[in-house]
Design a protein around this ligand. Sequence first.
Ligand code: NG1
Ligand code: ZN
Length: 546
Amino acid sequence: MMSEFQEVSKQSGVHPKPAGLVFQYGTAGFRTNAKLLDHIMFRMGLLATLRSKTTKATIGVMVTASHNPEEDNGVKLVDPMGEMVSPTWEVYATQLANAEQEDLLAALKDIIEKEAVNMSQEAKVFVGKDTRGSSARLSQAVLDGVSALGGHSKDYGLVTTPQLHYMVCCQNTQGKYGEATVEGYYKKLSQAFIKLSKNASNCTDDQKHLSVDGANGIGALKVREMESHLKKELHISLFNDGSEGKLNHQCGADFVKVQQKPPTGMEINPGERCCSFDGDADRIVYYYSDSEGTFHLLDGDKVATLISTFLKELLTSAGLDLKIAVVQTAYANGSSTNYLENTMKVIVRCTKTGVKHLHHAAQEFDIGVYFEANGHGTVLFSKAAEEKIQQLAENSSLIDEKKRAALLLQNTINVINQTVGDAISDMLLIEAILAIKGMTIHQWDAIYTDLPNRQLKVKVSDCRVIDTTDAERRAVSPAGLQEAIDTLVKKYRKARSFVRPSGTEDVVRVYAEAETQDSADDLAHEVSLAVYRLAGGVGGEPKPLH
Ligand code: NG1
Ligand code: ZN
């Protein structure tokens, strides 16, 4: 035991913390300029090792800053079933990351004591990284942290975030979820996709074509690797593959969603299906341009609607009585919520922003479809639901339609990465559904019409002055802010607006939707002004969009 701590002391000298730096484990782990992260990476290696010892399971550490600019980096921990690390350990992560150099051992021992960690228990940590220039150096710091505490590690090198989550889950289920290799991931997903595609009887080569914007990141590399497994059931044209452009710069899912325009570096022909991944390939959005050249975005809400409609129809055909729900956040377009609740008649839940909240809520149903509007999401099947579907699919006395539905459900389960939102897996599922339903992207888009909306950011001196309630849809502080928003919203038809502090950037986010784009833009601007005035805005006053 003594020698283990000696090694920590020695190694931490190689990864020293600059005095006074303080970071929070935010919505998606630590995220900031890559230059400031070396000590945090080393310490997350230490923490993952302790977490592995307490859970007696393999833990994951992913080095990425997702859709942030190339200069940034970040790190997130993955718990045994592939889910986000538990909230108590997020607090430990923050404490360990912020302990000054001379207090590191004390901070470490404090966690060991609180969690009664058995230090003689073996530890195993899986590490992955994205394509950022800083990722190699930073993931080495994580590996150093693991070995300093005597843990074993496996370095998966360049993988997408969801691939790393998948590996952790496979490992801890002794292979029940799949084989814990990148090859095993491709095999499982592509086999399920090919089986689903066989149900699309008269799908032409044209319909099998998809343009993918890889955001110049890891997703592009992995789509390329996967292509040969797809046996020509999907023809991919890959753009922003990282050979020239800069990561996430004017491209990628976040750019397309927030700017509501196509990425640069992509050829778009009218009516053709296109999609964008983000920098670590855990988000996807679709879009197309119509014959008049107008751009149409199909975001996470449209994806959730397509998938839940498909699943609901299959459940009816299979005669299965399973409870299906869609989980969204306040950013979900009002039209999507309205359509899901009133036309499709599925249960809709709204949670706070951040995937862990959606994931948690989705676990309460037999089938929980969760998506953030920005395109991060997946589907969760309860154990009981999976078993029922499995039994039905294996029942040899079933008649045609029921049998077909049961087999489709079974393959749908296999194409989905249930551990976390996964752009590659979501893409395959969406492509299969469109092919099976013989649906064009225009027909998918026409299921409901989005309310025009606008997202803005406001800089304030301290984001913590804003406190929210009701899944972040209402502000309880500062005083007067919610009243001001209510008054502004009343000026517009079909309007809605809310504000919340971002968990990944030092800004307040403003969201507004209304009957027309001009109204949404005006409302977003007016609410930004209210935030600026009532919540301590810094810099110049927000300017109108028009
Ligand atoms: P913040 O910065 O807390 O709004 C953003 C996204 C989240 C989530 C996280 C993690 C929006 C409005 N917010 O969080 O949904 O994806 O990043 O990546 O899209
Ligand atoms: Zn991401």
